[in-house]
Design a protein around this ligand. Structure first.
Ligand code: GDP
Length: 299
């Protein structure tokens, strides 16, 4: 129900596009499919992805015909699910706790907010969590994370602004081990002046983490802002090349019609969306569910 609510704008835009394409035809033909391709592209699904989906539907239409709108939507859902399921991977858990999750991404995407929400989500699942303020670059990021730690009732390890993020990380992982917490969530800085600068900093953090916990970080989540749609993909590629990203957290899905970006992420980055941000409040983070997403999008 919350997924359905979150993709309201994308659904309305997609469905009104599809309905207007189908208004005059019953049998789905080549012209209809060309128009459908344009509709898909407006949802930020990506040109290549839209073309690929339409090519598959066209073959189907030629082979056995597509009988009307409901059938077309059913086939479209199957194609979207196929793409999403191709990147769905089992969650890699830590051999021994704590599980270490590194949050990376450009400033403003919602990294700090998501770190806090994630801590609250784990708490709700009766897992203990520790936040690490390693965004020592952005003014106010540390205080902001402190507020989140209080709200979600978890501890925080921090240094001062301008401090060494790796030092904060080192302290946090040792504290996490000593206190036997289940998950340590690390909020990193999102400055992105050069790719090599970013790579060096993230590499240093990874090496530091591995010094304390050999298989850490277990997850690296790239936080992406859904409202930037296709424009966010370029930055995302930079991060996936610099950090060993294991999954995407897509924020601000509420209030955007660009929800098709979930499909583009799967196909073009080869990564699953793991969580979605659907508002600014603590409980506004949900685990991503491909079936619910596709049903909500075209339902
Ligand atoms: P950071 O610079 O990446 O750490 O970004 P912040 O965590 O400071 O978030 C930037 C802004 O986005 C804040 O105003 C957040 O409240 C807002 N925000 C984050 N996630 C969401 C979301 O899922 N939905 C909405 N509507 N706003 C969000």
């Amino acid at each position: 129900a919350r997924m359905r609510q979150a993709v309201t704008r994308t659904r309305e835009s997609l469905n009104s596009g599809i309905d207007s394409v189908l208004a005059l035809t019953r049998e789905v033909d080549t012209a209809t499919l060309d128009e459908l391709e344009a509709v898909l592209i407006t949802s930020d699904i990506g040109v290549d992805t839209a073309q690929e989906i339409i090519a598959t539907l066209r073959q189907r239409a030629l082979r056995e015909g597509i009988d009307g709108g409901p059938e077309l939507k059913r086939l479209l859902k199957l194609e979207l699910l196929k793409i999403l399921n191709s990147v769905r991977s089992p969650v890699a858990r830590a051999a021994t706790p704590p599980e270490v999750i590194m949050m990376v991404g450009v400033n403003g995407t919602g990294k700090t907010t998501t770190s806090g929400k994630l801590a609250a989500l784990f708490r709700a699942q009766h897992r203990t969590a520790l936040l690490c303020a390693a965004d020592t670059f952005r003014a106010a990021a540390i205080e902001q994370l402190e507020v989140w730690a209080q709200r979600s009732g978890v501890d925080i390890v921090k240094t001062k602004q301008g401090g060494d993020p790796s030092a904060a990380l080192y302290d946090a992982l040792n504290a996490g081990k000593a206190r036997k917490v289940d998950v340590v969530i690390i909020d990193t800085a999102g400055r992105l002046h050069t790719k090599s600068g970013l790579m060096t900093e993230l590499d240093k953090m990874r090496r530091t983490a591995a010094k304390v916990i050999p298989d850490a970080p277990h997850q690296t989540f790239l936080v992406m802002d859904a409202t930037t749609g296709q424009n966010g993909m370029q930055q995302a590629r930079l991060f996936t090349e610099a950090a060993q990203v294991t999954g995407i957290v897509l924020t601000k899905l509420d209030g955007t019609a660009k929800g098709g970006i979930v499909i583009a992420i799967a196909r073009e980055l080869g990564l699953p969306v793991v969580y979605c941000g659907i508002g600014e409040k603590m409980e506004d983070l949900i685990a991503f569910d491909a079936d619910a997403f596709v049903d909500s999008l075209l339902g």
